[in-house]
Design a protein around this ligand. Structure first.
Ligand SMILES: Cc1cc2nc3c(=O)[nH]c(=O)nc-3n(C[C@H](O)[C@H](O)[C@H](O)COP(=O)(O)O)c2cc1C
Length: 333
């Protein structure tokens, strides 16, 4: 990661800069700095914020919605949830505990003073977390990850799968789903709009370095896919190797789909991901199968899950350590 570029500076947030004696709105603003480090599809960062005394409203920035890649905005609301989890985690660390409530398409956090969380909690994981899109080394996951408590919201379920036979099935379903999506030229055209050269100064999107590509290779691929989006269909095949190098897959379902249940699900996804990061494990969301029918039905049939599958990540022991994506300034109204 290039720490000099302004578009990466958000990652350099320093807990020692927490304005402990400032008014609550200023402190909440500082917490937002952790929120924006959350993952989002294509790194769109589809969140906006409104601070009202001791409340923080987290709203969708619909200009960042993905018409083709996320037509129902499922990924958008999952991303808002991930952003909220970061903010709540940081709040706890600094002594601002929050409760969350939901409106039609947004969530509100109400903060209250408490004792700072001893031991640091998951704060360090927020700045260490990133999507690791490289090959992993195959070995079993630690018991402490396998035994993590289930999702606490009744509407959200999470299942961690480590059984080799089921993993093979999921990998095969993913490959078919990813190949279908990658041959949708509208999807590819939208995706190319979020691809970035490695030396990008843009505050969003994905530089080629996140998949281990050199600056030159990234430029060539971007130029090629722009000219001939149909070549992208071949890219899906490489996911086979990635899947087969993974020690497990975690899948999330919701009992019914709404902005509130998706935000709750995003909170659990990020909480789980931060715990993986704390233990030195890598993860990469691979959402092709859960976002597309009939593949999402196949996932349900092969895993024994119920409800609507909305998120899938592969988990393992990765090697791409400090591969970060840019962040934009928070939109605060
Ligand atoms: C809802 C959602 C869906 C995603 N789907 C994929 C995916 O299918 N494939 C992939 O490689 N990354 C996927 N990602 C990861 C994003 O590309 C990544 O979060 C974004 O580029 C920011 O990078 P970071 O996670 O390293 O901060 C997804 C992330 C979210 C939140």
């Amino acid at each position: 990661m290039n720490k000099i570029l302004p578009n990466y500076q958000a990652w350099d947030i320093d807990e020692n800069d927490y304005p402990a004696t400032a008014d609550i709105a200023t402190r909440i603003k500082f917490l937002i700095g952790y929120g924006i480090l959350a993952p989002s599809q294509h790194n769109t960062q589809p969140w906006a914020f409104h601070i009202d005394n001791n409340s923080l409203h987290v709203l969708p920035d619909t200009e960042r919605a993905l018409a083709v890649g996320d037509p129902q905005n499922d990924g958008l609301y999952l991303s808002l949830g991930a952003c909220i989890e970061n903010i709540m985690t940081a709040g706890k660390y600094f002594g601002l505990v929050s409760s969350v409530s939901f409106a039609d398409t947004s969530a509100a956090l109400v903060f209250q003073e408490t004792k700072p969380e001893p031991g640091g909690g998951l704060l360090a994981a927020i700045t260490a977390r990133h999507s690791d899109k490289g090959k992993y080394t195959l070995k079993p996951l630690p018991e402490e990850i396998i035994n993590l408590p289930q999702a606490s919201a009744g509407t959200v379920a999470r299942k961690l799968i480590t059984d080799a036979v089921i993993l093979q099935k999921i990998s095969a379903i993913h490959l078919r789903a990813a190949t279908q999506i990658a041959s949708n030229l509208d999807f590819v055209k939208e995706l190319v709009g979020w691809m970035r050269p490695n030396d990008t100064t843009a505050p969003d999107g994905m530089p080629g370095s996140v998949i281990g590509n050199s600056a030159l290779k990234t430029k060539l691929i971007m130029a090629l896919v722009r000219r001939k989006p149909q070549v992208f269909a071949k890219a899906a095949a490489k996911d086979k190797e990635l899947m087969e190098s993974s020690s497990g897959v975690a899948i999330w379902t919701v009992a019914q789909k709404s902005p509130a249940t998706l935000i709750e699900c995003g909170i659990d996804i990020q909480h789980f991901w931060l715990q993986l990061t704390m233990r030195g494990l890598s993860a990469q969301p691979l959402t092709a199968s859960v976002s597309t029918k009939p593949y999402s039905d196949e996932i349900i049939a092969d895993t024994g899950l119920t409800g609507f599958p909305v998120f899938l990540m592969r988990i393992g022991y990765g090697h791409l350590k400090d591969v970060k994506t840019p962040r934009r300034e928070p939109v605060c109204n």
